[in-house]
Design a binder for this molecule. Structure first.
Ligand code: ADP
Ligand code: ZN
Ligand code: MG
Length: 488
């Protein structure tokens, strides 16, 4: 049976405000446990919330950034449930009147245009964090995060594969970053995703039973969790056991690489929603929306098109670069300093991303100054150092951003173009690799590449590759002519 996958996402993003949604406590990440708390965000009875206006402004910007209409009349509601990370015993959220509705996000996935409708965006407060101690029958609670403002962004079930869902999240993250709505630091939990997935026979209009997967905090994990759940559901269908797919919340266990039942999904009435009596309705005038909308910068989709057009990047390369605001900014600065756009993208997509990943860093943490990098490009271009040496210098400026000339001098990386010196390396390598010479004689020209690699290695990357290659080729050809008479 041909089955179609249906996915809808609910994304929580912490808003980039200095203070919490209903009190003046700081939202700074990394403070000591419970340092950023007060009677209001701790939910002490008798306290009263005051809504932070910046929360409304950022939510409106988020709405307009994804083409939503903004409701003029808004109110807050209480969502009641008991859990230790929520000391008020209710979350102040929005229920049937979310601030933003009916938006859409367009993006490119595997060469095709995808459009995902946004059902709603509402504002709410975050809960605290439970810290479970290993091997101890105790859990600790940190309320620093309680009362940090969030937007919850809910898509329609318009996504059709786990890969598409991950790409959507990348796009949404970029939008929120560009518009300075959220820091989107996945590593700090400032953007999180619940993913809903079901399958249905192709052509069937009605959706299948959906399962919600919680606890996912990276794009790669979102994709992996959805792929696993997709297989589980499709297998049940293949065996005619689709009735076993229950509407439930499953937890993604990244370590085990599978989803596990957490609880059966609650219904809205379980939360006993009612209007928040301690806050007045929020009236938003159209002119406020218009003036906030004017503050939105160039959005990722526009920047991508411009990078393709202006710098000749492929869609794919442009997508990766614009996927992070900081990376796109860095790229453009490097190009504006005079770098060849292609050289710049090669280095950024290759060495730079690799080093960032290896060091668990984000593009915001890049230390290299664009000027220094462009100088490195120029020196390589002029043939003063080899590409291999260039990569070594790059590693160094990635760490310290020291002037490239100092590094080249200190490490003695200037390229050797003198053929006498290069000949020493070439002869040494030919002497040590008789097998490659036999290969070459037998017609295997790949041997040249191998020998080149050895020469570059022997010269610590300093031999001018062009000179070295010509020399190897000449010597090998001579050997063919002299064949067995050649002695060296
Ligand atoms: P609930 O009432 O369970 O909260 P909603 O209709 O509000 O469900 O949708 C919550 C999320 O689940 C949305 O992101 C929506 O796109 C997604 N969703 C709804 N139905 C399905 C389905 N059959 N398959 C996959 N995702 C779905
Ligand atoms: Zn507080
Ligand atoms: Mg719902």
């Amino acid at each position: 049976m041909l089955l179609e996958t249906v996915i809808g996402l609910e994304i929580h993003a912490e808003l980039k405000t200095n203070t919490k949604i209903f009190c003046s406590c700081s939202t700074e990440f990394g403070a000591k446990p419970n340092e950023n708390t007060c009677p209001i965000c701790l939910g002490i009875p008798g306290t009263l919330p005051v809504l932070n206006e910046e929360v409304i402004n950022l939510a409106i910007k988020a709405g307009r950034a994804v083409n939503c209409s903004i409701n003029n009349y808004n109110k807050m509601d209480r969502k009641n449930y008991f859990y230790p990370d929520l000391s008020k015993n209710y979350q102040t959220s929005q229920y049937e009147l979310p601030m933003c509705v009916n938006g859409k996000v367009d993006f490119n996935y595997e060469g095709k245009e995808v459009s995902v409708r946004i059902n709603r965006i509402h504002i709410e407060e975050d809960a605290g964090k439970l810290v479970h101690l290993e091997d101890e029958p105790v859990s600790l609670i940190d309320y620093n995060r309680a009362g940090v403002p969030l937007v919850e962004i809910v898509t329609e079930p318009d996504l059709r594969s786990p890969g598409e869902a991950a790409e959507f999240m990348r796009e949404l993250k970029a939008i929120l970053e560009y518009a300075e709505i959220s820091d989107c630091r996945m590593d700090q939990g400032s953007i999180r995703c619940d993913a809903n997935i079901s399958v249905r026979p192709y052509g069937q209009e009605e959706y299948g039973t959906k399962v919600e997967i919680k606890n996912i905090n990276s794009f790669r994990e979102v994709q992996k969790a959805l792929e696993k759940e997709e297989i589980r559901q499709k297998e049940l269908y293949q065996y005619g056991e689709e009735y076993k797919i229950k509407q439930e919340t499953r937890r993604w266990d990244a370590g085990k690489g599978k989803t596990l039942t957490m609880r059966s999904k609650g219904e809205a009435h379980d939360y006993r929603y009612f209007p928040e009596p301690d806050l007045t309705p929020i009236i938003i005038h159209d002119n406020k929306v218009e003036s906030l909308e004017k503050l939105l910068p160039e959005m990722p989709i526009e920047k991508r098109a411009r990078f393709v057009q202006e710098y000749g990047l492929s869609e794919k390369d442009a997508s990766i670069i614009i996927g992070s605001k900081a990376l796109a900014k860095f790229y453009e600065e490097v190009v504006n300093e005079g770098a060849n756009p292609k050289t710049a993208s090669n280095y950024i997509l290759g060495d730079l991303l690799r080093l960032l990943n290896a060091n668990n860093m984000e593009a915001d943490d890049i230390k290299i100054s664009p000027k220094n990098l462009v100088q490195l490009f120029n020196i390589i271009e002029e043939g003063k150092i080899s590409n291999t040496a260039g990569k070594e210098v790059f590693k160094e400026i990635f760490k310290s951003d020291r002037p490239v000339l100092d590094i080249i001098e200190e490490k003695g990386l200037s390229q050797i173009s003198c053929s006498h010196e290069i000949e020493k390396f070439v002869d040494e390598v030919l002497n040590n690799n008789p097998k490659s010479i036999e290969d070459f004689k037998a017609g295997k020209t790949q041997a040249i590449g191998f020998l080149m690699g050895q020469v570059m290695k022997a010269s610590k990357g300093k031999a001018n590759p062009l000179v070295a290659k010509q020399m190897i080729e000449k010597k090998l050809k001579n050997m063919l002519i002299y064949n067995d008479f050649y002695l060296f």
